[in-house]
Design a protein around this ligand. Sequence first.
Ligand SMILES: NC(=O)c1ccc[n+]([C@@H]2O[C@H](COP(=O)([O-])OP(=O)(O)OC[C@H]3O[C@@H](n4cnc5c(N)ncnc54)[C@H](OP(=O)(O)O)[C@@H]3O)[C@@H](O)[C@H]2O)c1
Length: 410
Amino acid sequence: MVTSRHLQSACFTLQHRAAHLHSALGSKIRAFLAAAIPRVARDAPDPARVTHFEGMTRTYSCGILGATGIVGQTFILLLRDHPFLRVDFLGASPASKGKRYGEAAKWKMSSPIPERVAALPLVGCTPEEFKGAEVVFSASSDDVAGALETTFLHAGFRIFSNAKNFRRQEQTPLVVPLVNCNHIDEMVPIQRKTMDVTGSLVANANCSVTGLVVALKALQDRFGAIIHVSVVTMQAVSGGGHPGVASMDIMDNVVPFISGEEEKIEYETSKILGGIEQERFTYLPNLTVSAQCNRVPVLDGHLECVSVKFATPPSSLEAVEECLRQYKCPVQILGCPSAPKTAIHVFSAQDRPQPRLDRGLEGGFACSVGRIRKDPIFDIKFVALSHNTVLGAAGSGVLLAEYCILKGVL
Ligand SMILES: NC(=O)c1ccc[n+]([C@@H]2O[C@H](COP(=O)([O-])OP(=O)(O)OC[C@H]3O[C@@H](n4cnc5c(N)ncnc54)[C@H](OP(=O)(O)O)[C@@H]3O)[C@@H](O)[C@H]2O)c1
């Protein structure tokens, strides 16, 4: 039986041979090989990194809770040459405390651990041991994140959370940086007042919600109210952290269940796309979302088949495509260094986007949409893709911190 591991190994061999031929071949043949031989190595979040930011005169000291996990590792790569965010504090479980990061982390990224970070000690996840961190990224597992984040919030820290625990909390902005940063501006002062804290907690959306709401926001802004959304997800294994689903359960298979995920999509979409009135989230009362979630044997990148019904349908598919292409969001307008140049990459090829080929666009900070067509039950349907550990997790945290610093919200 030919498994995906066999195919991967064959592709690696081809890539290896191609590298030997590289110098002997002309540029046309090299271009052909580059297009024909897919990259099978795990995409490192390695955008054309901005390492200098005009006008920023100082560096902000950052800490990561859960620094050794999949999301924590992604943070470390995304922040390695950041123009004004510097990783100084690393926390993980008590079992890892006291070890050097390079010794404790089971490193799963295809780029090496930055040397400076590898040498840092892992400290306990307590406010005392993170004293001096101006920004705290929380990437610890859900079972401990709620308690840790509560302690840090009450100790006055600025927290950007990847966990589910605070997302439904009434004073917590639930933010996808390509969609609703305005919720931070409006809700953080209310959070501080209501919870009697000097710090702040901003939650990222679930990774399966991220790509979906970016496309829906562009459509909502242009065509008005969306009333029904049906989404079927094909989610990467890295979405479950390491080690995730056992290889015997996911190879040659699709698992049609991810605990709690469908409920998260159905709830979070409405909070993110809704507004804030009289110091409360309004959600979208007329929106119904139906989600079906599947775990598929893909390493990174959540692909989603989406059908949408509007109160008033768009005039044409061309208008839909145009509005997605032109979508601009606050982190782009503000000039955040990690913001993608194009928020939504629209494909016209029938068979794109694909996780392996397209998840790394703009270092994983952009979304992709393709196969835009009429839906005989809803109005339109399309396929959306986003990188679950970059835009769906650590990348959102980084963008949100950049936004807050540049906006002066921190
Ligand atoms: N993976 C994704 O695509 C994704 C996307 C969006 C959101 N998220 C969310 O992000 C968070 C992290 O996910 P992940 O995929 O990175 O998980 P993971 O790979 O399982 O990593 C979990 C991290 O939590 C740490 N931890 C465990 N017990 C702890 C304790 N008692 N105190 C402090 N730290 C502790 C672990 O440290 P040790 O190494 O020492 O055990 C590790 O650093 C979760 O809330 C998850 O739901 C994940």
